[in-house]
Design a protein around this ligand. Structure first.
Ligand code: NOJ
Ligand code: CA
Length: 680
């Protein structure tokens, strides 16, 4: 193995993954600088990468260090997800802990902990309690991730305020985040450096896949990764604050989030990897059966289309009692368990474009044409739960003042889910969506919600980092360019390659609220200049491909009524016993099969970018000896995302685990398949 550990290395320490495919080597050199390398199947994938911190009011920490102690342990356990892509999760790693002490001066101590898995690794810093380091004000965390070549990278700019960018596919040396400033369709954006947001995913020349992210982001600021295109160098760049001038403030002892590197020989293995949740603490909430994964409809898409509006003053208010009842009727008739209502509360007259958004939204007072209690009663009678909506307009102080009353109201009304939103620049100005102050705000909301038995689907969120394991009321998030961009973005909406990229990037972080299921693809007569850039069959496939425990049937009921393809939305599961990625290449296509929890039904979703594709699916994952009725909702022969998006066909066959299924996906197309065991 040709590890490029610096020659002057004094002490190398290694940790291997359980199968030995990944090896981390920790080193310290003659100057007491410390770092690590990573090898996969005996090949270096992360070259010598140093670790250090800069502080306010204290010397940097990262040289003159000596290894004062080191220890290892192995863990094998299996835990259960209360809801998720799979029920059982195996957590199997070898851990290496290295205690470092400065040899001179303040004699500060720092511990680095590596956990090495077969699907990658995580490492974090522990700042122990110590006399000469009580309060720690971090101005920079300098964690390097140095690459070994000019990999192909799927990246978005390291925006401190939003993740709603398209992914770019370029060589590492061509990453240029600065060119992504001033996007016309973002209510807030701040890209200070040539950095990328995580997860950022790569493919090496040897065909190896790498994805960089973080796990358990708690009381710390989000990490972007600064790139040096010339040297293939990468280094953590924490989100800052112009108010405080620093990145993170903590008191010892504390842990940083895990810095994670997923490593896979097959692109699909990145999706199957559970590294991010495994690096989080076990469930702290216990029984969360008050939240049930669900499909939902909502008074929502009609606002994005301009058919109605959130505010009442416009004269076309969407959230009326009558409209809500009509949605409940539609949901009840179609096996859809919940309904979201946006624009139900006062304040929307002062939403977009207002500088002073503090004190504007009221999270307990409905508009006069919306009778909250009556709607809830009506929903209960028909088994349709209401999903509450809180648009904070990025005024978290106003929201925090009302948190207890707002969540008490939900608890009293028996509402167990809320969608939150943070559109606009954070007030106070100078704080950013992904900084420590907001990370703590989002956490406070989750914790308050948990006390009141409410699950949170956050939009304009902090990225998921696996907190759902610890707080399983963190159900889904936006944190990507969602379907809504197709309704109004002036840049043509989400291109056909968007979701085949999202599956291997954003989706590695956690569940997504993408809001699929648009049947009126061209959006006429509402938005003549906009459209969805997929076929209708792909919209169905998204229920399986893009994972989330809440899945919206986003279109207006009038476009579903009488439509044969609605049957797939009625049938498809939302909570899974197991998931398998059958094939896929980043940005091109992906096929995922998921088995519904507690039934033996399988569902398959397959999506492609702008290129048509023929795929053969090996069904050997089905139960042996069992025959299944496969209903395939596929693209018609002449379907095309732009020219003929709604041409689909439904075919039925009987299949067993010995069969192979041939799929033809149209440009921008997809296929959605349900597999129902015969006799069940
Ligand atoms: C942005 C969210 O992403 C969108 O779904 C919501 O409708 C608006 N904010 C209003 O809250
Ligand atoms: Ca959004």
């Amino acid at each position: 193995m040709s590890c490029k550990i610096p020659v002057e290395t004094v002490v190398p320490l290694t940790a291997e993954s359980p199968s030995g495919n990944n090896i981390v080597t920790f080193f310290s050199n003659a100057s007491g600088e410390v770092g690590y390398t990573v090898a996969h199947n005996d090949k270096v994938v992360i070259d010598s990468s140093y670790l250090s911190f800069d502080f306010k009011g204290m010397d940097p920490l990262g040289s003159g260090l000596k290894i004062s102690n080191s220890s290892s342990k192995s863990v094998t356990e299996t835990w259960e997800m209360p809801w998720g892509e799979q029920r059982k999760v195996k957590n199997n790693f070898n851990e290496l802990t290295i205690d470092l002490t400065e040899q001179e001066g303040l004699e500060r101590k720092l511990t680095v902990i590596f956990r090495v898995y077969d699907d990658g690794l995580g490492f974090r810093y522990h700042f122990p309690n110590q006399p000469n380091m009580k309060e720690v004000i971090i101005t920079d965390e300098n964690t390097q991730f140095n690459l070994t070549g000019d990999h192909k990278v799927w990246w978005m700019p390291g925006d401190w305020d939003i993740y709603e960018h398209l992914y770019n596919e370029t060589k590492f040396s061509e990453i240029d985040a600065i060119s992504k400033r001033n996007h016309p369709n973002l209510a807030q954006t701040h890209i200070p450096k040539n950095a990328v947001n995580t997860p950022v995913t790569m493919k090496t020349e040897d065909g190896l896949y790498l994805s960089f992210h973080e796990a358990n982001l708690t009381d710390y600021s989000g990490m972007t990764i600064k790139v040096d295109p010339a040297t293939f160098g990468m280094e953590s760049e924490l989100v800052g604050s112009e108010i405080t001038g620093y990145k993170v403030k903590r008191n010892t002892p504390f842990n940083t989030p895990w810095r994670t590197i997923q490593i896979a020989d097959r692109a699909g293995d990145l999706i199957e990897s559970k590294l991010i949740v495994n690096l989080n603490d076990p469930n702290k909430l216990g029984d969360v059966s008050w939240f049930k994964p669900t499909k939902y409809v909502g008074i929502w898409w009609e606002m994005h289309l301009g058919k109605s509006s959130w505010d009442m003053a416009s004269g076309k208010h969407g959230a009326t009692t009558e409209n809500a009842k009509a949605f409940i009727d539609f949901a009840a008739a179609n096996n859809i368990g919940a309904m979201l209502v946006e624009g139900w509360n006062t304040g929307w007259e002062h939403w977009i474009g207002f500088e002073d958004r503090e004190g504007v939204f009221d999270f307990v007072t409905p508009y006069p044409d919306y009778n909250l209690e009556e709607v809830i009663k009506y929903g209960k009678a028909k088994n349709v739960n209401i999903i509450m909506h809180h648009e904070t307009s990025a005024a978290p102080r106003t929201y925090e003042q009302q948190l207890d009353t707002a969540y008490k109201l939900m608890e009293n009304l028996g509402i167990h889910a809320v969608k939150t939103g943070y559109v606009g620049k954070i007030i106070p100005k100078g704080e950013y969506h992904h900084g420590q102050w907001m990370v703590n705000h989002y956490r406070k909301v989750l914790e308050t919600a948990a006390k009141h038995k409410v699950a949170v689907n956050a939009h304009e969120p902090i990225k998921p980092t696996g907190i759902r394991r610890t707080l399983p009321n963190a159900i889904a998030r936006e944190g990507l360019r969602g379907q809504e961009f197709n309704a109004w973005a002036s840049d043509g909406g989400n291109p056909p390659s968007h979701l085949p990229t999202v599956a291997f990037t954003r989706m590695l972080a956690g569940p997504i609220d993408y809001t699929p299921g648009i049947f009126n693809i061209k959006l006429d007569p509402w938005k003549e200049d906009n459209q969805v850039n997929t076929t209708l069959a792909q919209q169905l496939a998204l229920y399986v491909v893009i994972y989330g425990p809440v899945q919206m049937a986003a279109d207006l009921p009038e476009y579903y009524k009488g439509h044969e393809a609605l049957q797939f939305i009625r049938d498809v599961g939302v909570d899974w016993e197991e998931s398998k990625v059958l094939n896929g290449e980043i940005g091109d296509y992906v096929t995922i099969a998921r088995r519904e929890k507690s039934t033996h039904k399988w569902f398959i979703g397959s999506i492609t970018d702008e290129n048509p594709r023929e795929l053969t699916l090996d069904l050997s994952f089905l139960d042996n000896g069992q025959s299944y009725t496969a209903t395939i909702y596929g693209d018609a022969a002449d379907a095309h995302w732009d020219d003929n998006p709604t041409a689909y066909e439904i075919t039925t066959k009987t299949v067993t685990s010995k069969d192979k299924l041939n799929l033809k996906l149209a440009p921008g197309g997809g296929a959605a398949i349900s597999l129902v065991p015969a006799g069940k």
